[in-house]
Design a protein around this ligand. Structure first.
Ligand code: ADQ
Length: 487
């Protein structure tokens, strides 16, 4: 299966991809040379292979400190540096634009809104104007890259919700967008004063993708509620609004399963994982793992509290189990994120003081950005992985953990509020808000027999082996090809 379906004899349309985050950043090294880093996160890693396969242009915010020292005056350079296959076009943002477009609207308004966290939601109308202006700059850059040719524009995520509506209409350009986070129900979306503008912008896409059926259902409910003149056919996944037809489908994102499996089988990583286990799990005991960006949607305090309760209720577990929480700091410019870091540290200290002994530290908090080989070594080392978001579009950690269980039999605890819960039959589903039941299910996982562990894992690994990120890209582009043909 090729990543991008074959387009017949005609040359494939030019691909122009837009995302807020860029696939690589440049910074200055110690000797004044330029060092390349790849920002953490599943999304850019998932999209790189598609760009490498097709060529084209990737347009993104140039957020690295030395980004514009290596580009032409239009902000462009060929990447990846070792085997250049596509063009990266960087957009420079001013301090004000970063504050208003990125922090205020994307992260203080749309992110909490879509994750149903209205207690964290704020809206600044001046910042919305900047959000529109930055989206316009992305659209103008895309239009320059298309340059009148036949093209497919692929927009990523909630930072760029208005781009489709700001692109000039052109018959030979197909525009589609993937929304990586949940889509909220109408009562929540109504809290956004610009909700109608947001919907109108998104409905300028020819195809719109979400992770799950539930988000598609919410989207149709929002259109019916806020844009009553739109005509919807939910069964066929079609919205017609102002003479434009948008197809709305769900495509669950996944991971490069083979790449994780290969890493997990590497002898040096098998050894590394043994060392990590020795360092952090009590001898003969078990290791529970959490891996997240430190974000209030990921339910980290909830899982720490449940682990504390587990230790309160089961004194026999003293010195028998440890929880390693890897939480890379994220969006630290926003007060709530700083508060979360403090809360994680506080809860960890309280539980460690209450239960720890000179030989045993119940919770180890690691606040580092780890490379994928090290993460995979941790996944291998853990008997249990706990993924407890209060809302999550998909959650790739759950899938990475299962893919890394080469010759192991780890148990996955997965929040019913993660998109991944719709696919991962075999996981122990949890409600992060229910501390009592979360502690109980942790105990179930710790005492689960080998046979049941293996059976559950097998179900998830079988599903994952065919539902890879390659399939995600292929399914989206198959639909792009069909819909473009019909047009
Ligand atoms: P995120 O909210 O970032 O993604 P997730 O899907 O779990 O959440 O992806 C996180 C990625 O970052 C994983 O690939 C993980 O390996 C990596 N990561 C986590 N902690 C790390 C650390 N300490 N060091 C290095 N890497 C780390 C958004 C949505 C999700 C959706 C994805 C993709 O919020 O719901 O699954 O996009 O669409």
């Amino acid at each position: 299966m090729g990543l991008i379906p074959f387009f017949g004899r005609s040359a494939p349309p030019r691909l122009v991809l837009l995302s807020n985050r860029e696939p690589i950043e440049h910074r200055c090294g110690p000797d004044g040379d330029h060092v390349v880093t790849e920002p953490a996160g599943g999304m850019t890693a998932a999209l790189q292979p598609a760009m490498a396969a097709t060529g084209g242009t990737w347009i993104a915010w140039g957020s690295g400190p030395a980004d514009f020292e290596v580009t032409d005056p239009a902000g462009r350079l060929l990447v990846p540096p070792d085997r250049p296959t596509y063009l990266l076009r960087r957009i420079a943002l001013t301090e004000k634009e970063i504050e208003e477009y990125y922090l205020d609207i994307a992260n203080r308004a749309l992110w909490p809104l879509c994750h149903l966290q209205l207690n964290h939601f704020t809206f600044n109308p001046d910042s919305w104007k900047t959000y529109v202006a930055v989206n316009r700059r992305f659209a103008e850059a895309a239009d320059e890259e298309i340059d009148g040719r036949r093209a497919t524009v692929w927009i990523q995520d909630y930072h760029l919700a208005l781009v489709a509506g700001l692109l000039p209409k052109a018959r030979n350009v197909f525009v589609h967008q993937f929304w990586h986070i949940p889509w909220p129900p109408p009562d929540v979306l109504r809290a956004l004063p610009s909700a109608r503008a947001l919907l109108r912008g998104i409905l300028a896409n020819d195809l719109l993708g979400f992770h799950t059926r539930r988000y598609v259902v919410n989207f149709f409910a929002c259109v019916a509620d806020l844009l009553p003149t739109a005509k919807t056919d939910e069964k066929r996944g079609i919205v017609r609004y102002r003479n434009h037809k948008t197809t709305v489908r769900h495509y669950p994102i996944s991971i490069d399963v083979r790449a994780i499996q290969r890493l997990s089988a590497r002898p040096d990583l098998v050894e590394r994982s043994r060392e990590l286990r020795e360092q952090s799990a009590p001898p003969g005991g078990q290791l529970i793992l959490g891996v997240d960006r430190a974000d209030y949607t990921k339910g980290i305090p909830h899982r720490l509290a449940a682990f504390g309760r587990l230790l309160d209720q089961h004194p026999e577990l003293q010195g028998r189990v440890s929880l390693v929480q890897i939480a890379v700091p994220s969006r630290s410019d926003i007060a709530e994120y700083k508060d979360l870091e403090r809360e994680m540290e506080h809860r960890t200290t309280v539980i460690n003081q209450r239960h720890g002994t000179p030989e045993w530290c119940p919770i180890v908090l690691i606040k580092e950005n780890l490379d994928m080989p090290t993460l995979v070594a941790w996944y291998r080392a853990a008997d249990i992985c706990i993924v407890s978001p209060v809302q999550d579009g998909m959650n790739l950690v759950a899938k990475e953990y299962i893919a890394a269980q080469d010759g192991r039999n780890g148990v996955l605890l997965l929040s019913q509020f993660a998109g991944a819960a719709e696919e991962m039959e075999g996981a122990l589903l949890i409600n992060p808000y229910d501390e009592v039941s979360l502690a109980r299910i942790l105990h179930v996982a710790l005492t689960m027999g080998r046979r049941e562990r293996e059976l559950r894992l097998k179900v998830m690994q079988r599903r994952l082996s065919t539902h890879t990120v390659q399939r995600w890209i292929h399914d989206i582009f198959s639909d792009v090809k069909k819909l473009r043909g019909r047009r």
